[in-house]
Structure formats: C-alpha cells, structure tokens
Design a protein around this ligand. Structure first.
Ligand code: MGD
Ligand code: MGD
Ligand code: MO
Length: 766
C-alpha cells in the first residue's frame, strides 16, 4: 500500500509516496505549473548511506581536545544522553569563561523549508535564551545591496522580492533589460518553499505580448519565453561602466528626465558632473565603457536610446553584487533608472532578482505574513557581517569597518552551527580550514555527513522534513503548506526542536526557548497568525488549523492590484518620502561621502575590482570564474542525489567554457581538467559551451568539499569552486561576499584521476 503524504522543500511543494516505512517516490504539488527537477533526489537522499545515524564525537577532540580538524578524522559514536551532556557542558563552560562573546551562533544557512524545525532559527533561540551569542548580520545572497539600498532608496525590501510584479510588467512594459539575465533554474527555489513556480510562464506571456527582452550577461540564458531575447555579452564585474555610459549618453543627448530628477532625486548634479568628466576630465562615454566592459559603444548608446523610447524595466540579478565593489552596479542601475525617469510608473523603473529567486515579483499581499517562527532579541547584541567568518576566527580583536562603524572581532571559543554548510558556502575554503582550527569546540547539527559535519567536534543527527510534522511556505508565495510526517526518523536522528528543547532544559532555560509551546503548539501558532492577518487585512476566512492540516494547504487571497515599486513615492514624494536622509532617491549620498571611507564613494562610479579580466593577474589566470547557483540541487543540499550526480561528466562537476577556450587548451568535451589559481585547485570536467563568452568559466556551487586527505595542497576532488574564490568583503560599506570575484586557469588533467567517493567518516563505537 502506498501512502501519499504532503510535504515541502525550498525547491517546491510535493507529495511523498511511502511504502513500508520508506520514501519510494515524490510527486510534484498538483498546482505547480513548473515543478523543480530537484524533487527527484529526495527519496535517495532521505535513505542515503551519507545520513548521520547516531551522535558522534571527533576522536581527537574526545581524547585530547585537539583542534586539528582535518575533515578526515575518526569519529566515536556515542549515545544521545552522553552527546547532549557534552554539548551542554561545553556551552556552559565557554559561557562561564568568556560570556556570550565566546559563543558564535550566527550559523548561516538555509536549513529546512519547514519553519517549526528551522534549524537556523532554533540555534539562535536556544543561544539567546541562555544569554546570547555572537550573531551574523546580512546574508550571502544580497548582503552588499542590503547595506547600500537604505542609503539610496531608503530600505532593502526590494531584495526580499517586493519589486514590481510580473503582472505589471506584462501589462505595461515595452522593453525589459535584464542584467545577469533571467536564469529560470534560479526561480525554481524560494526560501521557505513555494506552491508554484511562475517565471517560465511569465516569460512566455511576456513574449506573447511582444515585450522585447535584452539580457546583459557573461552567459546566455535559454528557456521558455526567451527564444527571441537578445544576448549582450559583458565582461564580469563591469556592469557599472556600462550603466554609467548609458546614463552619460542620455544626458549628452538631453534625454534625461529633468522633471523626475528634480522632483524625486538628490545628487543628480554631482552624478552628471562625474558622467561628463567635469570632476575628473574623463567623460564616461560609451566608447570609454566599451574598453572596460567589451560591449560595443554603439550598442550601449542604442540600448540607452531604446530604453528612453519605450516603457523600460531594468532588473539586476543578485549575482552582480556578490563581487568586490558589488554595491556599485546596484547604485549605478538606480542612477540610470532615475535618469530615465520611469521609476514608479507602471511597467517602468528598476528592480532586483527577477532572475534570481522564486517569488520575486509574484503578486502577494504583504499584510499577510508568511510562515515563520519568531526570533527574540539577542541579549548580547554583537554580530559580524555574515561573510567575515574566517576573518573573525583568524583575527580575534582585529579591527574592521562596517557601514560607517569601527568594529572589532570577538574572540570566539565555541562555534555552534545548525542548518548551514560553511564548507560549501564560504569563499577560499583553504583559508577557512586554517581559521576553523582556532576555536576550542565546534558543534554541528546536520542530516548528512557534509564537510562541515566532518570538520566538527560534536555532531548531532537531525531528521529530514519527512520525519516530522511542520508548516512551511514563503512570504512571497500565496500558498501555506502543511508538511506531514511520512516516516519514522532514520537511524537515531532527532528533530532540531527536540534537541534544543532538551539542551535548553539542561541549561535551565527551557521556557525561554520554547515560549511555552511544543511542536504542535508552534504549528498552530504559525498558522493562526496567518489566519488572523488574512481575516483582518483581506477579510477572508481561512479554514481553521485542522481544516488546513487535512487539506494540506491554503491559499492566501491575491492583492487587489499589481504592485509597482516606488509608485506611492513617485505619486507624492512630499507626503510619501523615502527613508533616506533626504527623503528622496539619492543618486549621490552626502552621508556616505561624509564618512570618508576611501572605498565608499559618494556616488556610483567605476573602479576596477581586485580581480577581473582587466587585472594584471589575468595574464597568468585568464578566465573569470563565475560560480552560479546549481540547477540540479539547492546549494549543497541534494548534491549527492541522483539528479545532480546524473549531470556530471566523468563523475565530476562540470566547468563550462567557450569552445574557443577549450580548443586553445587542447581540452575536449568531458575531459577532466584542473581549475586553479593561487588560492587552490579543484578537479572538474570540461563542458564546452558557446553560451558562455570567451574569457569566462562557469561552475555551479555546492559540490561537497572533498580535499585530498593525504595532501592538503592537492586539487579538491569533487569540484567545489570555493577553493578558488576570494574571501574579502565587497567594501567596508556592505562587507558582503565577493564570491564571484576569482580569476582562474584551466588545464587538461594529465594522468590518473584521484578517487572522489563521498562517504561518512570512519566511525568507531564508544
Ligand atoms: N562561490 C560561491 N559561493 C556561494 C554562493 C555563490 O554564488 N558562489 N552563493 C552563496 C549563497 S547566495 C548562499 S544562500 C549560500 C548557501 O549556503 P548554505 O545555506 O549553507 O547551503 P545549504 O547547502 O543550503 O546548507 C544547508 C545545510 O543545512 C542542512 N539541513 C537541511 N535541513 C536541515 C534540518 O532540518 N536540520 C539541520 N540541522 N540541518 C539541515 C543541509 O544538509 C545543509 O548541510 O552559499 C553561498 N556560497
Ligand atoms: N536551482 C537553484 N536555484 C537557486 C539556488 C540554488 O541553489 N539552486 N539558490 C538561490 C539563492 S540562495 C540565491 S541568493 C539566488 C542567487 O541568484 P543569482 O545571484 O542571481 O544567481 P547566479 O546563478 O549566481 O547568477 C545569475 C546570473 O548572473 C550572471 N552574472 C554573474 N556575474 C555577472 C556580472 O558581473 N554581470 C552580469 N551582467 N551578469 C553576471 C551569471 O552569468 C548568471 O547566469 O539563487 C537562488 N536560486
Ligand atoms: Mo542565497
């Protein structure tokens, strides 16, 4: 007998098919027009030999508290009671010795779609309840823009998907210019999971309407709706130059919208002087930009003219700002959109992420919240910019600048990570390995033996979403989804909520952690909050919890009209001012300029990043490596599953390069290659691809970090590109990740390939 059980992942809602206590298949949610292929990896991953079966303690730490976390150490399996005792004692010891400043609980990571068991929220609730911890600010996704946008448009809601709706664009736009393209794989993922994936359908509608789409990107996107789209190849990290030149050509032709600029913006004069070369003798003309970005000057000028001739919408992917000086293309984009004067008009202006994440530009009421578990205030209050983790570990007490403030790094003795995989997500992993040996203790909860789990001291096995009841969904999707327990926990895995409840009880702070609710209580709390808001805001009566639970989902009623970003502000800038210093769009910011931070100019401008195709280092490492989001997994989640593994060549992750680049190196399709720079090397298989411009290499993120245990200097064996990426902040303003900033060289792999089997560590009984 097959049981059908509703559940949810970040890559979509689905029904699990269960036979004899095992997940044997999945079916996509019936209401999803474009389900994700990643779903098919779930059954194999739930029952994978890579599951952490029992609590385990790194042998070297257990016997002598050694910190040499090599990632290939032996682990001792211990009973739950003993493991929880070790964790409770360590947290208490470090708290007593160093206070909250000694415990790092930032624990970045996507965890599960289910919100009751959302590990990242729970580790914080637990550590906050006990007195606080060092936390993280921002995220890897759009951390640089998050710090910039408040200075320019008064807030960063636009990065959470609250940008002009696709419905509005389809009805009103004539030309869409997509910097970074519109990769449809990216829209298959939504934080919290969604009931429907709409990008492909929206692009098909846009095509039907005859909306012209121009994609400016080092790589070309294909897919439904993009058949007639134009591709303008651009050198990575040079969008700022192109955007400035578009603005310059408009101003030179007198086609800037002086009325809008005067009414809604400040700083245009400063910007104009910069564009025209008044301040530095160098006009930022299309010819000037061509030399930097490689886009022909006449195409830059004609695109600017076309943008002014049509109702034009520009959208920038998040990737543009995950780069050294990544704040600049976002600011330059807003400045160009302001110059065009269409911000706040139906179908016009600028937005972010339409090609980055599901839910972006979905019509969704924002007076009805999404499912979430509340996070109290961190009683300690200290946090570091999210991507500065290795700096913190390597330089305790070290000084840094962040958004205009002077800060110092704490001296952390204990790391507690649950629901994230820093040995996937962080840059320059060889540097992170050195940093990771600094703290006294590392505690990790995960479902699988990831590289981070293997580099921990105490590892606690967590259940998957199919082993517990939960509620999930995204604040950018209209479905709230019930997640039913499908099978018993695999091995001795426990729910994160149960683990932390027990630890909180041992620390005497159970009530503060649980808020007086158990798992069932939290499910109802999360749902009822949505139900009450739907009634109050929309006057709609959603079913009670029991009705929702039995139906498997509810739909939040759609908003009454399409959302147009900044329309209210444009309509009446005096009565609806922005939350910027001036209340207007800041094309130049007196506040940022006054800070005097050398790397944070007072208006958008082009400065070369440390690594790009025009940098001296390109002489020896002539390919710009872009590490894109994977189509066949979520970051590192499901990477060992059949979908992602099925896309490999020669058993390795692929690297896409232009056929010209492959031929000049004597590399054929499927050939194993060594990808390297001064920071590290990894093995990949070559996929020549004319949709990648010459000078660029593309790898997906998320292969499980697999260094050679015999030789730390040898090439990483699974194809994890983060051995190659650069670990510096975007600037002192955003301190975001510069993950896209990396020059590499690629050469044919000569000789036998080292093995690359994914396996749990060597486990010994207690
Ligand atoms: N080079 C490069 N690096 C990048 C990026 C890039 O563009 N280029 N992108 C960055 C971005 S935008 C992001 S968001 C990050 C993503 O980085 P992460 O969010 O850290 O990546 P995930 O693989 O989703 O890690 C989630 C972890 O949680 C575990 N997990 C899942 N469910 C549960 C659960 O219920 N309980 C527990 N305890 N654990 C669970 C998973 O097994 C997995 O190990 O990567 C960043 N890294
Ligand atoms: N399937 C799937 N979807 C995902 C995720 C996943 O793991 N799997 N992760 C999700 C997460 S956490 C996030 S934050 C988003 C991230 O969303 P993005 O950051 O937008 O995603 P990327 O795939 O890194 O980059 C998108 C495109 O930008 C282009 N690009 C890179 N650098 C430049 C540049 O300098 N200039 C221009 N013009 N283009 C450039 C690349 O060629 C690429 O095609 O994706 C989300 N979507
Ligand atoms: Mo992200």
């Amino acid at each position: 007998m097959t049981r059908r059980v509703p559940s949810l992942a970040h890559w979509g809602a689905f029904t699990a098919l269960v036979e004899d206590g095992k997940v044997v298949g999945v079916e996509p949610f019936a209401r999803d027009p474009a389900p994700s292929p990643i779903l098919a990896s779930i059954p194999a991953m739930v029952h994978s030999p890579l599951r952490i079966a029992r609590p385990a303690v790194r042998e070297g730490w257990l016997t002598s508290r050694d910190r040499a976390r090599t990632g290939s150490d032996r682990f001792v399996e211990v009973p739950w009671d003993e493991a929880l005792g070790l964790v409770a004692d360590e947290v208490a010891r470090v708290r007593a010795e160093r206070g909250a400043d000694g415990i790092f609980g930032g624990s970045y990571g996507w965890s599960s779609a289910g919100r009751v068991h959302h590990a990242r929220s729970l580790v914080r609730r637990y550590l906050y309840a006990g007195g606080g911890c060092v936390d993280q600010t921002g995220n890897y996704s759009w951390g640089a823009a998050q710090m910039l946008l408040p200075h320019v448009i008064g807030g960063y809601e636009a990065l959470t998907g609250r940008v002009s709706d696709w419905d509005d664009l389809i009805a009103n736009t004539g030309l869409i210019v997509a910097f970074g393209g519109l990769p449809q794989k990216n829209a298959q993922v939504t934080s919290g999971g969604s009931g429907e994936h709409l990008l492909a359908g929206n692009l098909a509608k846009a095509r039907e309407k005859g909306i012209r789409i121009v994609m400016v990107s080092p790589t070309r996107d294909r897919g439904p709706g993009l058949e007639d789209a134009e591709w303008i190849p651009i050198r990575p990290h040079t969008d700022t130059a192109m955007l400035l030149a578009m603005a310059q050509s408009l101003v030179a032709a007198g086609r800037h919208d002086a009325v809008f600029l005067d009414r809604c913006c400040v700083g245009f004069e400063t910007f104009r002087d910069h564009l025209m070369g008044v301040s530095d003798g160098l006009a930022k003309t299309p010819e000037w930009a061509e030399g930097i970005c490689g886009v022909p000057a006449d195409r830059i000028a004609s695109l600017a003219r076309q943008a002014a001739d049509h109702r034009t919408y520009m959208t920038l992917t998040y990737s543009l700002q995950r780069a050294h000086r990544g704040e600049m293309p976002y600011w330059a984009g807003i400045a160009l959109a302001a110059t065009l004067g269409q911000i706040g008009l139906p179908g016009g202006g600028i937005g972010f992420g339409h090609g980055s994440m599901g839910g972006v530009g979905h019509p969704r009421r924002d007076d009805v919240p999404g499912p979430e578990i509340p996070l109290p205030r961190n009683p300690h209050g200290r946090s570091i910019p999210v991507a500065r983790i290795a700096d913190m570990l390597l330089e305790p007490g070290g000084a840094y600048r962040f958004d205009g403030r002077d800060e110092t790094y704490p001296d952390v003795g204990l790391i507690y990570w649950a629901g994230g995989n820093p040995f996937h997500h962080h840059q320059d992993l060889n540097r992170l390995r050195r940093a990771w040996e600094r703290p006294e203790t590392v505690i990790v909860h995960d479902v699988w033996w990831t590289a981070t789990a293997k580099a921990a001291d105490i590892v606690l096995p967590a259940t998957t979403m199919l082993e517990r009841d939960d509620v999930g969904g995204s604040s950018r999707d209209r479905f709230v989804l019930a997640m039913h327990k499908a099978i018993d926990p695999v091995g001795e895995a426990r729910n994160d909520l149960d683990i932390f409840t027990e630890l909180a009880a041992r620390a005497g702070v159970e009530r503060a952690f649980t808020g007086g609710l158990d798992a069932a209580g939290w499910r109802k709390w999360i749902y009822d909050r949505i139900r009450v808001a739907a009634k109050q805001a929309a006057g709609v009566t959603l079913p009670d919890f029991q009705g929702f639970w039995e139906a498997g989902f509810v739909e939040i009623p759609p908003p009454r009209r399409s959302f147009v970003m900044l329309a209210d502000f444009r309509g009446d800038p005096v009565h609806n001012p922005l939350k910027t210093a001036s209340g207007r769009i800041e094309i130049a910011s007196a506040g940022l300029a006054a800070r005097g931070d050398e790397d944070v100019p007072g208006h958008p401008l082009w400065r070369p990043p440390v690594e790009w195709l025009g940098a001296p280092a390109a002489a020896t490492h002539p390919l710009h490596l872009l590490t894109v989001q994977p189509a066949d997994r979520l970051h590192s989640q499901m990477a060992p599953g059949p979908v992602a593994q099925g896309n490999r060549l020669a058993g390795r992750e692929t690297i896409r390069i232009n056929p010209v680049e492959a031929a000049s190196r004597g590399i054929g399709p499927g050939d194993p290659v060594r990808v390297f720079n001064g920071r590290g090397a990894c093995i990949a298989a070559c996929l020549p691809d004319a949709d990648v411009m010459p000078g660029v290499a593309v790898m997906s993120t998320g292969a499980w970090f697999d260094p050679d245990p015999r030789d730390p200097g040898a090439a990483e064996r699974q194809g994890n590109p983060n051995v190659l990426t650069l670990d510096i902040g975007t600037s002192s303003l955003g301190q975001g990740t510069s993950a896209q900033t990396a020059l590499v060289q690629v050469e044919r792999w000569e000789g036998p390939l080292p093995p690359s089997r994914l396996a749990p560590p060597e486990l010994v009984p207690a």
